[in-house]
Design a protein around this ligand. Structure first.
Ligand SMILES: [Zn+2]
Length: 329
C-alpha cells in the first residue's frame, strides 16, 4: 500500500543520504495512524539494504532485507514501540552496545527508537553521549509525536524531517482506492486527515466516516444502531481515549499542534474546557481508567451491554465538556 503523503519526506531523506548529508541521528514524527512508523521502518531498511534499487528503495531481496523482514537483523535494533512503557537506561545501553559492535552484515547499523518521549531523564542523558560522539557507520532514527517532552539537548542533535498529513481531497481519493468504495470529501472527513490508516480501518469495518466517531462520542449524533457490537464500541472507546490523552497533554501545557488528534480536540472544545477549569486532570485520569476497564470487560465478553458500558464511561466526562463544545460551535 502506498501512502502518498509520505513521499515528499521520503524523497528528502533519500536525497540527503545520496548527497552524504544524512545525519547520524534523524528525528521523525511517530504517528502510526498517519503511517510515519512505516517511513521510519523503510528508512532503516534502506540504510541496511545491500543493493538499494536505483538508489530510492530497499531491494527487498538481499540478505539484509530478508533479515529485516524476519526481524532478525543483527545490525538493526528497534526500541520503544510500546507507547505505554517508559524507555530506561537499560534500553539505551542496549542501543549503545548494538552501535559499538562491528556490523555483522558488513554495512550499516541502525537503531529505531520509537516513542522517544518515553525516555527517562537518565536514559536521555545516556543517549546524549552517543549523539555527541556517534559511532561510525551508524544511524539512530528517533521518532516521537511529543518533541516538547524530549530534552532540548537531545532534540538539537537531530536532523529533523517533517511529514504533512494529506489534505481532505487526497484522503478521499486514497480511501476510495484502498477501501474500494467511493468516499466523498466532506467536513467530517477532514477530522480523519491526520489518521488516514485509522480511517481506512474504520471504513473496512463498515463504519460511516461522515458520521465520525467523535461526533458519536460527543453526542452530536445518536450512536448508530451497530454500536451494540463490541468491536464498534471498542473503536469508539479508542477515539475517546485519544481525546483523553490529548487532554492530559494539554493540561501539561503541551502544544496544541502536537496533539494526536488536533481536529478532535478542537471539535470537543477541549482547550476551552481546560482553561475554564471545567475539567480537571483527575477527571481525565478517572475516565482513562474506566476506558481500560470497559475495554477489558468487552474483550472478555462478560454479559455487558456494550452501548451502556460506553455511555457510562463517556457521559459524565462529556457532561463537563459539552458546554464548552456548544459554546465554541
Ligand atoms: Zn536489500
Amino acid at each position: 500500500m502506498t501512502l502518498p503523503w509520505l513521499r515528499p519526506t521520503w524523497l528528502q531523506l533519500i536525497s540527503s543520504a545520496q548527497q552524504g548529508r544524512l545525519g547520524h541521528a534523524i528525528g521523525l514524527p511517530w504517528l502510526p495512524e498517519l503511517g510515519t512508523d512505516k517511513l521510519a521502518e523503510h528508512l532503516s531498511q534502506w540504510l541496511l539494504c545491500q543493493a538499494p534499487n536505483k538508489g530510492s528503495k530497499a531491494c527487498g531481496r538481499c540478505k539484509s532485507c530478508l533479515l529485516v523482514h524476519a526481524q532478525h537483523h543483527p545490525d538493526f535494533l528497534r526500541l520503544g514501540e510500546d507507547s505505554e512503557s517508559s524507555i530506561g537506561v537499560d534500553s539505551v545501553r542496549q542501543l549503545q552496545q548494538r552501535l559499538s559492535n562491528t556490523a555483522h552484515q558488513g554495512g550499516h547499523k541502525v537503531v529505531l527508537l520509537a516513542n522517544a518521549h518515553n525516555m527517562t531523564v537518565a536514559a536521555a542523558n545516556a543517549l546524549l553521549k552517543t549523539l555527541e560522539e556517534p559511532p561510525r557507520d551508524s544511524t539512530i532514527v528517533l521518532a516521537t509525536n511529543r518533541w516538547d517532552s524530549l530534552l532540548p539537548t537531545v532534540r538539537s542533535r537531530l536532523q529533523h524531517y517533517q511529514v504533512h498529513a494529506p489534505g481532505v481531497e487526497t484522503l478521499a481519493q486514497w480511501l476510495t482506492q484502498h477501501a474500494q468504495t467511493p468516499v466523498q470529501t466532506s467536513e467530517s472527513l477532514r477530522l480523519w486527515c491526520q489518521r488516514p490508516l485509522r480511517a481506512l480501518e474504520a471504513l473496512q469495518q463498515g463504519q460511516d466516516l461522515s458520521a465520525s466517531p467523535l461526533e458519536a462520542v460527543l453526542g452530536l449524533q445518536p450512536l448508530a444502531k451497530s454500536t451494540n457490537q463490541a468491536a464498534d464500541v471498542i473503536a469508539l472507546l479508542d477515539e475517546f481515549e485519544t481525546l483523553l490523552r490529548d487532554a492530559l497533554w494539554l493540561s501539561m501545557q503541551g502544544a496544541a499542534q502536537q496533539c494526536r488528534a488536533p481536529q478532535l480536540v478542537e471539535a470537543a472544545g477541549l482547550q476551552r474546557a481546560l482553561s475554564l477549569e471545567m475539567i480537571a486532570v483527575a477527571d481525565i485520569e478517572q475516565a482513562l481508567t474506566e476506558c481500560q476497564q470497559v475495554r477489558q470487560h468487552l474483550r472478555t465478553g462478560r454479559g455487558l451491554n456494550p452501548q451502556l458500558a460506553l455511555q457510562r464511561v463517556i457521559t459524565p466526562f462529556l457532561a463537563k465538556l459539552q458546554p464548552a463544545a456548544t459554546a465554541q460551535a
